[in-house]
Write a protein that binds this ligand. Sequence first.
Ligand code: MN
Length: 298
Amino acid sequence: MPLDKYRAKRNFEVSPEPRGKAPKPKGKGKPLFFCVQKHLASHLHYDFRLEHDGVLLSWAVPKGPSLDPSVKRLAMHVEDHPLEYGTFEGIIPEGYGAGIVLLWDEGTWEPLVDDVSAAIKKGDLKLRLNGVKLKGSWALIRTGGSSSDGRSWLLLKHRDEWSGPLDIAVFAPLSVKSGGNFSDVISKEAPSLWQSNRKAKGAPADLLKVVERAVAHEQELKQGAAQSPRTGNAAEPDAKQSRRSGNAAEPDAKKSRRSGNAAKADATKASAKARSTPRTPAASGRAARSPAARNRSR
Ligand code: MN
């Protein structure tokens, strides 16, 4: 069964992740879903997922995708996920993947090969993405190393009008679903977190670690913005707006190459704006306190 591995790893009594229905492959020519979920588990990574035959083919990308064609990002092939997983955002309180999941990008994808299953088997999948942050031509290439047991792939951007010298994971760190960061998910999900916390004894220590990691990650983003506007915590593209206009909200890579400083100017403006908006510290402050407070009240 296609989702056996996925289900075997999870306890759906505890995790809010979807169990997934029986996979229903779409007819030829129908748009295929893709997403990238930013997942703060024991380590931060980005789960890159492509709909194929009714499930989501999945790779865990530790550093996230890069728009720079000279940068190849390690992508570990992991178990297929149910299609319903693709829009999931929330807290996994304990067990496999315990942490926070943000929907970092979503959209549609097109294979640039005739047979996706054959391309996966061969270890060379060329594709086109049409997401909010990621667009244009990409490739997933399996690496040869004998120690990699066939799970190591590389995710890379081809040179086109959507490529450019921009670390998009750092430049656009927020959710395309909620517009928030990890601390916002914690604040929003607090009631359900509280319930699963009570139900699952021993979970608070794990959850506390998750919250600490979220706060540390956002601190890092902020420090990055203060030190280097070019790669720092710049304004998030307005996901809704870019979906409406069908245009990426990222600075046009071509334009910024032509005009040199366009992206930098945008990022500087944006990070100045981010600094003047003290939303995140309050949110992470709340998040950092709440599980401890819960512990005390137990
Ligand atoms: Mn993951």
